[in-house]
Design a protein around this ligand. Structure first.
Ligand code: ZN
Length: 387
């Protein structure tokens, strides 16, 4: 998302694409790769310390990004300064270090939610913070009514029960989950409620170590460590690997005494036939939780992005009576606001993070003091009036 200011200055919050200028200040809200994509390394980039460490834990190269570590509620100091703009991070309760971005431009406020978490997450130290704003840009990963899950407690219980059955049959459990967020939720779940040994495989280990560094107590053994190998040989362990990995890891090919499950919010909507089971545990807020968040933030106007934007915008207008519009695929240049269409589609759900990342350009209205939207106005009416 690109905010344009006078004198060709830009502020980019997350994103992909190549529409940034050398003068752009960047913000990375959290360490999921679909949020930093191809953002350039040289520009000043604001992120929390946790996000920076998680970012580097995924990097194969030693190239350093021009990060400026920034704590929650600390004011961001843009380089160069952007006249009239103040910004701070708020906890977004999604994964370790994840942030929403609260912007104040003259007397108008914009809250970019970033990805937000829901209730019952075990590894989130700072819960989602709600702050009133004039304009809210909210994520829509599960912004569809069908994507309302059971409670996290119920899903967690189902995972534990299924795993207990597998272990009772003298087999190993393999869980494929998002490597940052869901994987650590699973480690904590088994640590807290069972005596089973947890093995982390491949790219799940480095971020799990970062969680530990920031005080989230996780007990696990890497699959390549001596202890890890021994535990796998002895059997009856829980192996947690990234969703992008092959279903059968190399070290289990010979003995096949395992059952595997996929853990993703999309399991509430899709069948995953390559797995023995599927559980809709996610570090994202569910549809219902997103609506509750928007209601609590009580903005004058909402823009939706990432995921089911159109459906969520409709639901926000209908259920909450707040004017809302998707930023995906709309061309509203006349209103100095437009969105470029995303090329990504929901494909290959178990090997790829199922989301879209539109490159979006939002220019701030020149007279912020006049921005007020009536409840029964549509966004088009609103902007037409302003023209
Ligand atoms: Zn995320």
């Amino acid at each position: 998302m690109v905010f344009s200011f006078p004198e060709n200055q830009q502020l980019i919050v997350d994103g992909r694409g190549n529409h940034f200028s050398l003068k752009s200040n960047l913000i990375i809200t959290h360490a999921h790769s679909d949020h930093f994509g191809t953002l350039p390394f040289a520009n000043p980039t604001f992120a929390t310390r946790e996000t920076i460490d998680l970012f580097y834990s995924q990097m194969k190269s030693s190239v350093r990004r021009n990060f400026i570590p920034t704590a929650f509620h600390e004011e961001l100091t843009f380089q160069p300064e952007i006249a009239g703009l103040q910004a701070e991070f708020l906890p977004s309760g999604h994964i370790l270090g994840s942030a929403s971005v609260f912007l104040k431009y003259h007397d108008k406020t914009i809250l970019c939610s970033g990805d937000i978490g829901g209730r019952g997450l075990l590894t989130v130290k700072e819960p989602l913070e709600v702050k009133h704003t004039d304009i809210l840009v909210v994520e829509a990963t599960f912004g569809k009514p069908e994507l309302t899950f059971q409670s996290r407690e119920e899903i967690a219980l189902a995972i534990l029960k299924w795993s207990a059955e597998v272990i009772k049959d003298k087999q190993n459990v393999i869980l494929s989950a998002g490597k940052i967020g869901s994987a650590q939720e699973l480690i904590k779940l088994f640590n807290d409620f069972t005596k089973l040994r947890v093995i982390t495989h491949g790219d799940v280990t480095p971020p799990s170590e970062i969680y530990r560094k920031y005080g989230v107590p996780l007990e696990f053994f890497d699959s390549k460590s001596e202890e890890g190998r021994e535990l796998i040989r002895d059997g009856e362990v829980v192996i947690i690997q990234s969703r992008s990995k092959k279903i059968v890891p190399f070290y289990l090919k010979e003995h096949k005494n395992f059952k595997s499950a996929i853990v993703t919010g999309m399991a509430s909507r899709f069948n995953f036939k390559d797995f023995d089971a599927a559980f809709p545990l996610s570090s994202h807020a569910s549809y219902r939780e997103i609506l509750e968040y928007v209601d609590a933030v009580a903005p004058d106007v909402v823009f939706t992005l990432y995921g089911f934007e159109k459906q969520l915008a409709k639901a926000i207008s209908r259920e909450l009576g707040i004017p809302a519009q998707s930023l995906k695929g709309n061309s509203l240049e006349q209103n100095r606001l437009y969105a470029a269409q995303s090329k990504e589609k929901l494909t290959d759900l178990h090997t790829k993070t199922p989301r879209v990342s539109p490159a979006m350009d939002v220019s701030l209205p020149s007279s912020p003091a006049t921005v007020r939207v009536k409840k029964d106005q549509t966004l088009d009416d609103f902007f037409k009036e302003k023209e």
